[in-house]
Design a protein around this ligand. Structure first.
Ligand code: NAD
Length: 433
């Protein structure tokens, strides 16, 4: 099948490459010309395990092309995925500017029947808006389908190739048959393609993210209580996570959820509720609890140093909002970083993949180490902010030798509190005294 994908970010590039991998002819489009030039040469501008190999292989097989020309890409394609960003607007709603602009350009390339797919995360009612924009600019027949994406950054290729489910919101049998045909190779393991009303598909994505984020806020709250009553959140987590009705996923306590999706999607969902005179109380509580959790490590740091922080030196291991990605959008690590900078400390950071992204924001306000140990020389404390595997079993003796005071604020519970104390560290975790 001939497919165009508009937007070559984490979702668009992964979707485009995976669709090419199953034999489709895919043209990926972006308005960022520099990005497209890099991609044409097989350079992948984001870090996502397995993605570079996938892009290279499909470029070589001539199934994956890159262009800045949306109109031409649409002209050649039957299916057009729109995977542009939908960031948070000032009032918390989803900002649909990029999507509707993309839709208007897509309309100019419509030269026969097309299936336009909303892949971006968009609020209920967006498919109607997209349809309106396009129908004002073309006389040709087209359908708009909502096909939200559930991939996780850090495992995006795997998730796209083997999705738990494919959600297709559609009111046209013709478009439904085409989209099902396209996804058929991805659900050979028996996972379902679920067709539903367009509005249900649009809402499904937000409901899924809100429920996952609520689990995180819930366990973070329990972690706080654990510290006060001398319980261990790791043990409680195991105790509840083994209940099949609950499940153990998304029950890791930490520094609060971040990333490019949960924070904006929960706020957009709250906004949709508000627009319909419904106060979504559980979602609101998950957001509020998360705001409090982002201050968890800063509060521990302040308490440990009795607010005497000016001039002290800190290392921060991990900047990405989670492991296996270079994405630092809304990363809780940045909250800690901002806190340390504002408190007048000198900070050296290290992240295996996210250093370039951090440099773009922080410039010379902080120092950048070339490896984890390089950040530790003479520091008063270390904050572990991302659960990268390489931070899990470091050389603790080397750390002790390098740090001027061996205090660790472990925002991801990577280490065992008891053993860290035996090793000679002053150790703070989350929900474990
Ligand atoms: P991104 O910011 O990484 O990428 C968006 C890309 O679209 C950018 O490269 C941008 O230049 C391009 N773009 C913007 N306007 C364009 C236009 N008119 N024509 C062509 N290209 C254009 O975004 P992302 O993280 O890939 O997210 C895309 C959408 O998918 C969002 O709605 C997001 O909420 C949703 N989503 C993201 C994830 C995730 O993990 N990142 C997962 C599921 C869903």
């Amino acid at each position: 099948m001939k497919v165009a994908v508009i937007g070559t970010g984490y979702v668009g590039l992964v979707a485009g490459s995976c669709l090419a991998e199953t034999g489709n002819e895919v043209v990926c489009v972006d308005i960022d010309a520099e990005r497209i030039e890099l991609l044409k040469q097989g350079e992948v501008p984001i870090y996502e395990p397995g993605l570079k190999e996938l892009v290279e292989r499909n470029i070589t097989k001539n199934r994956l092309l890159f262009t800045t020309d949306t109109v031409e890409a649409v002209e050649k394609s039957l299916v057009v995925f729109m995977a542009v960003q939908t960031p948070m607007d000032e009032d918390g709603s989803a900002d649909l500017r990029h999507l509707l602009e993309a839709a208007a350009t897509v309309a100019k390339g419509i030269n026969g029947y097309k299936v336009i797919v909303d892949k971006s995360t968009v609020p209920v009612g967006t498919a109607v808006k997209v349809k309106k924009v396009i129908s004002e600019l073309t006389k040709h027949k087209f359908d708009v389908v909502s096909n939200p994406e559930f991939l996780k950054e850090g495992a995006a290729v795997d998730d796209f190739m083997k999705p738990d489910r494919v959600v297709i919101g559609c009111d046209s049998p013709q478009a439904e048959a085409i989209i099902k045909d396209l996804y058929e190779p991805f659900v050979r393991t028996g996972h379902p393609m679920i067709t539903m009303k367009v509005t249900s598909a649009e809402l499904t994505k937000y409901a899924a993210n809100a429920l996952l984020a609520t689990k995180i806020s819930f366990i973070n709250e329990i972690a706080r209580l654990c510290e006060l009553v001398d319980a261990d959140v790791g043990e409680v987590r195991q105790g509840i996570g083994t209940d099949q009705r609950i499940g153990s996923a998304f029950l890791h306590p930490g520094m609060g959820f971040g990333g490019s999706c949960f924070p904006k999607d929960l706020r957009a969902l709250l906004h949709t509720g508000k627009s319909n005179d419904l106060d979504l109380q559980v979602v609101g509580a998950a957001v509020e609890a998360n705001e409090r959790q982002k201050r968890f490590i800063p509060d521990k740091i302040r308490a440990n140093f009795k607010d005497n922080l000016k001039g002290r030196r800190f290392a921060v291991w991990g900047l990405a909002f989670k492991a296996n990605t270079d994405d630092i959008r809304e990363s809780p690590a940045l909250e800690v970083l901002d806190f340390l900078i504002n408190a007048g400390t000198k900070v050296t950071v290290y992240d295996p993949q996210a250093m370039d992204n951090a440099r773009r924001i922080y410039g010379d306000k902080i120092a950048y180490a070339s490896d984890s140990y390089g950040a530790l020389e003479g520091v008063d404390g270390l904050v572990v902010a991302t659960e990268w595997n390489e931070f899990r079993r470091p050389d603790f003796q080397q750390m002790l030798d390098m740090m001027s005071s061996p205090v660790i604020f472990d925002g991801r519970n990577l280490y065992d509190p008891e053993r860290m104390r035996e090793r000679g560290f002053q150790y703070y975790g989350v929900g474990r005294k």
